[in-house]
Design a protein around this ligand. Structure first.
Ligand SMILES: [Zn+2]
Length: 494
C-alpha cells in the first residue's frame, strides 16, 4: 500500500468509525463493591464479568456509608449464588461499616473538617490498588463510584459541622452542598482520585431533593416523613437565599404553613377546600416555597459543575458524570428538576436510573405517599393513571398488580428514548442503570434472565451509549447477569 492509498484507507476507516460506532464502543458497566473482590478474588470476579456479560467498565464503589452499593447482600434478602454465603450485619470482622474503600492523601482535605472517613471493614485494603492493574491488563476501564451517603458523628469525626440543618433547627444526617466543609471535601475527593490512581472516570450520586418536594413526600421510599425534618435551613443556605433575593422570613412562614398542612393531611384531616386547592393556596401565598426548592436544586447543580471543573483541571481525559436518582421515574417535580440540557453542560455521562423490576414497587410507594398529601382527594388508581399519562408510560400495570409485576421493558425504552432526545446535540453519554436483583419485598416482582435481557435490549433500542448493571455484584444472581449478557451478545457488542 503506497502512502496515498494508506491515507485514503485511514480516512475511510475514520469516517466509517464516526458514522457507526464500532460494536465494542458501547459502555458495558457493572457496579461492584470492595467486599466482592475480597470475598471472591479480583481475577475471579473480573472473569465472571467478562464471561457472563462482556463487561468492559468497572464502577467500583470507592466511598459510601450506605449498603445500596457496598457490603454484601442486605439482611432479609436471599443470598446470591456466588460469594461468601453470609450477611455482614452483626458485629466483628467482616461487618459492613462504610467510608472510603481507598487510601487518601491528607493534602486534598486541608480545607475541610472531614478528614477521617476511611472504611475500617477490610483493614488496609485499597480497592482501586487491588483492581486497577488487573482491569487494565484486560482492557477494562475503571470508574470510581461514590455517593452522597454519610455516617453520623459516631462514625465520622466533625461530621456535624458539615450536616444540613432541618426546618425544626436540628441537624440532619445529610450534608449541605453550600457548607464549605462538604463542598471542599467533594472537590478534594475527586482530586484525590484523579491524581492518585490510573482511573478512567468518576461517578457521584446524590439521591435527595429540596425541602418543598420532601415536605409533600414526593418520593418513593417509606412512609410520609415528619415534614419539619426537611432541609436545608443552615446559615450557608440562608445567606445564599438572601443573596438571591429570597425573603428568608417569608420562606420560614411558608414552610411552617406547609408542614402544618402535611402533618394534618397525614392524620387524614381534610382542608375545607380539599388537599389540592389548599396546596395551591400555599404555593400562591408563599412563592418562597418553590424558590427554596430551586435553591437546593441549583446548589446540587453547582456542586456537579465544580466537581467537573476540578477533574478537568487535573486531568481532562478523566470522564465525570452523575447517577440520577430513580425518583426521576415517579415524581414529575423531581423530573422537572432533572433538566438534561442544563446538566449536560457539566456531565460527560449520565447514569439515569431505569430500574424496571423494583420500579413497580417503588411507583406504588410513591403513589401511596402522594395520596396522603397534595393528592389526598384522588383515588390511588386514578392518581397512578394520571402519572402514567404525564410521565408517558403506556404499557404498565394497574396499581393492584404493579408491585408484583414490576415495570415492563417498554418503560426502559421510553425513559432511555426521552433522555437520549433531551441530550441530542450534546456530547453527554447516556448510560441507563439496569436493575438486576435490586431487593424488593417477598411479594413483589423479582429479576429474571428474560426480564433483564429485555431491559438491556430496550435501552440500546432507544439509542443509549451503554448500560450500567446495578446496584452491586454482591446482590446479583448469575443467571440474571447472563440475561444481560445475552442481550449484549445478541446485539453484537461482545
Ligand atoms: Zn445548608
Amino acid at each position: 500500500m503506497n502512502r496515498r492509498n494508506f491515507v485514503q484507507a485511514t480516512a475511510a476507516g475514520a469516517l466509517a468509525a464516526a458514522a457507526a460506532p464500532a460494536a465494542g464502543s458501547k459502555m458495558i458497566g457493572i457496579q461492584v463493591g470492595a467486599v466482592s473482590f475480597v470475598d471472591e478474588g479480583v481475577e475471579k470476579v473480573l472473569d465472571v464479568f467478562q464471561q457472563e456479560a462482556a463487561v468492559n467498565t468497572l464502577f467500583v464503589a470507592t466511598f459510601t456509608y450506605g449498603r445500596g452499593i457496598a457490603g454484601r447482600q442486605v439482611p432479609g434478602q436471599p443470598l446470591p449464588d456466588h460469594g461468601k454465603q453470609q450477611y455482614d450485619n452483626g458485629s466483628g470482622p467482616g461487618t459492613f461499616q462504610g467510608g472510603a474503600y481507598t487510601k487518601y492523601q491528607p493534602e486534598y482535605f486541608k480545607d475541610t473538617v472531614l478528614t477521617q472517613f476511611r472504611a475500617p471493614d477490610f483493614g488496609d485494603f485499597d480497592v482501586l490498588e487491588a483492581v486497577i492493574p488487573s482491569a487494565r491488563k484486560r482492557g477494562m476501564k475503571t470508574i470510581c463510584w461514590f455517593e452522597d451517603v454519610w455516617g453520623g458523628p459516631d462514625r465520622v469525626p466533625n461530621v456535624a459541622q458539615a450536616q444540613e440543618r432541618r426546618f425544626d433547627g436540628r441537624n440532619a444526617g445529610t450534608l449541605c452542598f453550600n457548607n464549605p466543609n462538604y463542598r471542599n471535601w467533594l472537590l478534594g475527593m475527586v482530586e484525590n482520585y484523579a491524581r492518585s490512581y490510573e482511573i478512567d472516570g468518576i461517578m457521584w450520586g446524590s439521591e435527595r431533593q429540596g425541602a418543598f418536594a420532601n415536605a409533600i413526600s414526593a418520593a418513593h421510599g417509606g412512609t410520609p416523613q415528619n415534614p419539619t425534618g426537611v432541609t436545608c435551613f443552615c446559615e450557608h443556605c440562608e445567606r445564599k437565599a438572601r443573596d438571591r433575593g429570597i425573603n428568608v422570613e417569608r420562606a420560614r412562614a411558608g414552610f411552617t404553613a406547609l408542614c402544618d398542612f402535611t402533618a394534618a393531611a397525614i392524620r387524614g384531616k381534610r382542608p375545607v377546600d380539599g388537599y389540592y386547592v389548599q396546596m395551591w393556596r400555599l404555593m400562591l401565598r408563599y412563592p418562597e416555597l418553590l424558590a427554596w426548592e430551586m435553591l437546593w436544586t441549583d446548589s446540587l447543580r453547582e456542586t456537579y459543575a465544580a466537581m467537573h471543573q476540578k477533574v478537568k483541571a487535573v486531568k481532562p481525559s478523566i470522564g465525570i458524570g452523575w447517577h440520577i436518582w430513580h425518583n426521576n421515574s415517579f415524581s414529575p417535580i423531581y423530573r422537572a428538576e432533572q433538566d438534561l440540557s442544563e446538566l449536560s453542560q457539566y456531565s460527560d455521562f449520565l447514569k439515569m436510573v431505569m430500574y424496571h423490576n423494583c420500579g413497580g414497587e417503588r411507583m406504588v410507594g410513591y403513589i401511596g405517599r402522594m395520596t396522603k398529601t397534595m393528592f389526598g382527594d384522588v383515588p390511588a388508581q386514578e392518581l397512578l393513571d394520571f402519572h402514567y399519562r404525564v410521565l408517558d408510560y403506556k404499557q404498565e400495570k394497574p396499581l393492584a398488580t404493579l408491585a408484583r409485576s414490576g415495570f415492563s421493558s417498554d418503560y426502559v425504552f421510553r425513559e432511555a428514548k426521552r433522555a437520549r432526545e433531551a441530550l441530542n446535540g450534546t456530547t453527554t453519554q447516556l448510560w441507563p442503570g439496569i436493575d438486576i436483583d435490586i431487593p424488593t419485598a417477598p411479594t413483589s416482582s423479582k429479576s429474571t434472565p428474560q426480564g433483564t435481557k429485555d431491559a438491556v435490549l430496550a435501552a440500546f433500542r432507544a439509542g443509549s451509549d451503554g448500560v450500567l448493571l446495578s446496584r452491586k455484584y454482591s446482590e446479583i444472581r448469575l443467571p440474571n447477569l447472563r440475561g444481560a449478557g445475552d442481550a449484549i451478545r445478541e446485539l453484537g457488542f461482545a
